[in-house]
Design a protein around this ligand. Structure first.
Ligand code: PRP
Ligand code: MN
Ligand code: MG
Length: 182
């Protein structure tokens, strides 16, 4: 079938392992930003699930906002062009900002957004990502908070999709390579 059931896919990180890691990152952020307020900026749509869990794992006062960028396509050779489709709703000037992503892959999305956000003169800017695929990087960018590093495999669940499906899957699972493109 075009969209095989997620239960048939190998679990890379279980729901409970993800929850444990999110609690750890939340505690780290709470310590790093103690006594301040944080603006979490999620990148639609993939980051929505991680952001909702991370925000609740952070004890420091926080607000959230979302941006949307045009997908530059999943082609092997990318133009690297990223375009902003939806900007932040509220000013981040002088604020402590954390950009939140589900996955850091080539780095094109986050390096574009980091440049954009810096123009708004935040007090500080860091990046939190649930997954990091360092092998795939096309531009030099690293996250400050990383859930898990993964090899170059196609993953779905916990916000991550295949053709918009599987975002709701609670575990992070390996999408079968033989089903890609069908
Ligand atoms: C995915 C993912 C990141 C980005 C990472 O988003 O959620 O936002 O790609 O890739 P990069 O490091 O190579 O830029 P996608 O464009 O699939 O949109 P989505 O979040 O709506 O799924
Ligand atoms: Mn995304
Ligand atoms: Mg996607």
């Amino acid at each position: 079938p075009a969209f095989p059931h997620a239960s048939k896919m190998e679990v890379l990180f279980s729901k409970s392992r993800i929850a444990e890691r999110v609690r750890e990152i939340g505690a780290q952020i709470s310590a790093d930003y103690a006594g301040t307020s944080i603006v979490l900026i999620g990148v639609l749509k993939g980051a929505a699930i991680f952001l909702s869990d991370l925000a609740r794992a952070i004890e420091v006062d926080n607000t959230f906002d979302f941006v949307a960028v045009s997908s530059y396509g999943r082609a092997k050779v990318s133009s690297g062009a990223v375009k902003l489709i939806k900007d932040i709703d509220n000013s981040i000037e002088g604020k402590h900002v954390i950009l939140v992503e589900d996955i850091l892959d080539t780095g094109l999305t986050l390096s574009y957004l980091r440049g954009m956000m810096l123009q708004h003169k935040p007090a500080s800017l860091k990046i939190a990502t649930c997954l990091d695929k360092p092998e795939r990087r096309l531009v030099p960018i690293e996250a400050d908070y990383v859930g898990f590093q993964i090899p170059n495999r196609f993953v779905v669940g916990y916000g991550m999709d295949y053709a918009e499906h599987y975002r709701n899957v609670e575990d992070i699972r390996l999408f079968p390579e033989e089903a890609v493109g069908h």
